[in-house]
Design a protein around this ligand. Sequence first.
Ligand SMILES: Cc1ncc(COP(=O)(O)O)c(C=O)c1O
Length: 340
Amino acid sequence: MSGTTSPSASAPPPFGTVPAPHMVVADAVGATYGPPRTEPVAPLTLHPFAHVLHYGSACFEGLKAHRGIDGVVRLFRPDRHVARMQRTAELLCLPVPDEALLTEMLHTAVAANLEVVPDPPGALYLRPLLIGTEPNIGAAAAPSAEALLTVLASPVGDYFTGGGRALRLLVETQLPRTTPQFGEAKAGANYVMALGVTRRAKAAHDVDQVLFAPGGDVQETGAANFLLLDETRVVTRALDRSFLHGITRDAVLTLARDLGYAVEERTITLDELLGWQGEAALSGTAAVLSGVGTLVHDGREHAVNGGEVGATTTRLRAALVAVQRAEAADDHGWTVPVAT
Ligand SMILES: Cc1ncc(COP(=O)(O)O)c(C=O)c1O
């Protein structure tokens, strides 16, 4: 034995595997939420008849709090994440939390876990979760009359292992990620529907993600939005109900416009994707803006930007990260300091 630490022993824990010590919880009866309370993270007590366990009444959000270079911890676009959770709750017939309640719970969750907010490039990932808890296995066709809302937290580093390496995607043209009318919902069921496809793609092609392009309509991957880029343009699919309206996507498009790029929100066809002479990237709270180097389709590999992360991707990622860390002016009012 040399006595040195092996690379695997020193590698940071995988994204989302380390719970922060405190969670914030609020219970709802009917449409009304009770006051939030802060508790040590611990297993939840659920009746085995709980609606969520049988009928999938579960949704979540994912956002980050970043420590700025000035030491202040700020939430990134909490208003947009709250609004998206309200929309998802409405789609799943769960009680919609008030903006003020969920916003307060986000701030409390960060303040209660302040000591584990990592320095950049790490961040505190926040995971609001809403589940139907009514103990009634006869309620298949009825909303849950009780619900539990909690905000969990986890100190995180990179989502994709391997630092800034260019990602490999399998392009899936047969199967959709989820059902079209629920694509915009951040419901757990959407993720489990995509799981089998993603697992098979990883095993067969060693890819990082699946890019869903049902019928040749390029939409998003299992955990991020998809963009094509070059020296002058950023192209991504126009919003509709079929895929998740990423808040990072919106931020990247806004920064791209600020920097003088033309932004095209429209349909991307399979032919355009495979023939693209430029860069490709994934955007998301976890993915930030990650370059794509390879597309696998029909058993063939297509290099994107020579297999490398592109210059426009790198530039836009740096612009986004600079706002999140308070290294650049927050011209759009995206960052909100957490009161401590
Ligand atoms: C399916 C899917 N699409 C897109 C995104 C990106 O959304 P956001 O930028 O709001 O994190 C996510 C989450 O990160 C996601 O799970």
